[in-house]
Ligand binder design. Structure first.
Ligand code: BT5
Length: 269
């Protein structure tokens, strides 16, 4: 792939300019820098390899060459969607996960059941296939830009060894048992993303997100970064994107998308 070919391939989507790299540290870093320098809305950074790809809270995201999709979309016209308050920001992360799910479902309608592991992962067959890192840049209370970074494992080379993972992972080719054209998939993901972006403030968006939610009506353990944990049954989503759980004592708890992890509970007592 090269920049001109990719720009042509994605040309019908109405994106901003596209920068394609063979290798970068992190597409989110390059996108943030470009946004500061005045990148137009919907500019896109794509790289074949990332040498220091990032997950949340300084965690690593592995993107070896020739094996995955790694890209970052720059969103500058955020007020247009009219959901700038901080408590609505989880919708932007969900936009990435939902777009990946819908593109996968469209491409592989039979046999692939992508789900959103709240707040930022895409699972297939209970294995992590993709992750979203949404970063915001503010000037005071004014949201300037959002960088929506998405990483998807395509070939088996993209799946890190188990010792590097905090949740078991897979790649698309292993799940669909056939060759995948990652650039076709990129086109479809961006297409879905632009579609749902327009609907971001609507109840239909929350509904579509909730329809893809993993572990619905199942018991999960919620692990906090501070070491505390909570067990609950996943009920669904609140209108602000909070995850609603029913605890063992019968109370309802709404989780905001902070630094927490969900784990399925195999044998709830
Ligand atoms: C994420 O974080 O899942 C967000 C990943 C976002 C990556 C994209 S790629 C384009 C853009 N540029 C960037 O630098 N980042 C974005 P989190 O939920 O914190 O998960 C991180 C954890 O996922 C790590 O601690 C590993 O356990 C695991 N992991 C790392 N690489 C993986 C991979 N290729 N496949 C599956 N799991 C992986």
């Amino acid at each position: 792939m090269d920049q001109a070919t990719l720009s042509e391939k994605l040309g019908d989507l109405g994106l901003g300019p596209i920068r394609f790299f063979i290798s970068v540290d992190s597409t989110n870093n390059l996108a943030a820098q470009w946004a500061r320098e005045g990148a137009p809305n919907l500019s896109l950074v794509v790289s074949d390899e990332q040498t220091a790809g990032r997950g949340r809270l300084g965690r690593r995201w592995y993107t070896p060459p020739g094996a995955a999709l790694a890209f970052s979309l720059i969103l500058q016209d955020i007020t247009q969607e009219a959901i700038t308050p901080r408590n609505m920001l989880s919708r932007w992360t969900a936009l990435g996960t939902l777009a990946v799910c819908e593109a996968l479902k469209q491409g592989y309608p039979k046999g692939l059941y992508p789900e959103i592991k709240w707040p930022n992962d895409v699972l297939v067959a209970n294995l992590k296939l993709a992750g979203v890192l949404c970063e915001t840049y503010w000037q005071g209370e004014q949201l300037q830009s959002i960088i929506l970074g998405i990483g998807i494992n395509i070939t088996s080379e993209s799946v890190p060894s188990a010792d590097l993972l905090d949740f078991p992972a897979t790649c698309l080719e292993d799940e669909v048992k056939t060759h995948v054209d990652r650039w076709d998939l990129l086109h479809e993901i961006l297409d879905k993303l632009l579609y749902w972006k327009k609907l971001l403030p609507s109840p239909a968006f929350i509904q579509a997100w909730e329809n893809r939610l993993a572990y619905r009506l199942e018991w999960v353990q919620v692990l906090n970064e501070n070491g505390s944990s909570l067990e609950g049954k996943v009920l669904g989503l609140q209108s602000d994107g909070a995850l609603e759980l029913l605890t063992r004592s019968g109370s309802r708890v709404n989780l905001q998308a902070g630094e927490i992890h969900l784990r399925p509970l195999k044998n709830p007592s």
